[in-house]
Design a binder for this molecule. Sequence first.
Ligand SMILES: Nc1ncnc2c1ncn2[C@@H]1O[C@H](COP(=O)(O)OP(=O)(O)OP(=O)(O)O)[C@@H](O)[C@H]1O
Length: 308
Amino acid sequence: MVPFSIETHHLSHAFHNRPVLHDLNLQVPTGSIFGFLGPNGSGKTTTIRLLLGLIRSPSTAIRLMGKDSRTHRLEILSRIGALIESPALYNHLSGRDNLEVIRLARQVDQKQIDRVLGMVQLTGDAQQKVRAYSLGMRQRLGIAMALLGDPHLLILDEPTNGLDPAGIREIRELLIELSQRHGKTVFVSSHLLGEMEKMATHLAILNEGHLLFQGTMAQLQHLQLPVLSLETDHNATARALLQRAGYQLLDGGTEQLTVSVKDRPQIGAINRLLLDQGVSIYKLHMHQPTLEDLFFTLTSHPKTLENR
Ligand SMILES: Nc1ncnc2c1ncn2[C@@H]1O[C@H](COP(=O)(O)OP(=O)(O)OP(=O)(O)O)[C@@H](O)[C@H]1O
């Protein structure tokens, strides 16, 4: 088994001379659930389209399952299942018949239909017309289509887009199952940070076409100092005071302030600073940064981590 299912070497891309991807060196470990995170427009879909050969770049240097994508295109594509946002489905056909259409086009064994229906837990609903499916069921059917042909690698672009919390949970549980029970490598793009935190074994964070981080969740946590959350009677004043004193503030929303701290004495210093300036503290809580905190630090202060 190759160590990396996806490897890119200095992958760059420009649309009409406007660079949108800069020197991406991705390494997606075989067997991982790899969360590919980034804000809108950061280049996630472009990367995925390059990986799938849907667009080409002169500089393209991509290895999939250990093979060069330029010389082994067909062999590679036969081992990848992909879903780019919502699947194209025939509403007047049943789930099973939708799969049958793809099965015939791909010339895959008939037995695979029951197998993939079982994998995405749609066996009981397979005869129903797709027009009666919930959005979550439609996404699961799309993933079942991607699974026809028993691919080694699944590439999913924002598979939870537009789903309600129950639908998001269904997809999350499915992807974990596909990885853990069926041994698939799952490359999944998303801007839902909390979601990735719950399922990804590895992460890459993209911003404006630059890769800001790549590694395990634990490695990402390790880069960052603990975070102090504060609720005060006047957050705007507290924010200004802390900024003036040189503390690094993260985006805690309007309800609370979040600050990176080095150690416990710094918490005492923050406490004193605010009280001395007449700000009352209602709540003070130290915790490990969430992915949301880390993402904010990385995308708004990319230099912060580079300097450590
Ligand atoms: N076909 C195209 N022609 C010109 N520019 C494009 C094209 N496709 C994407 N872009 C631009 O490339 C940049 C990256 O877009 P991309 O769709 O890859 O980002 P993304 O991270 O997938 O965003 P989103 O989460 O909104 O889908 C954006 O500035 C976008 O406007």
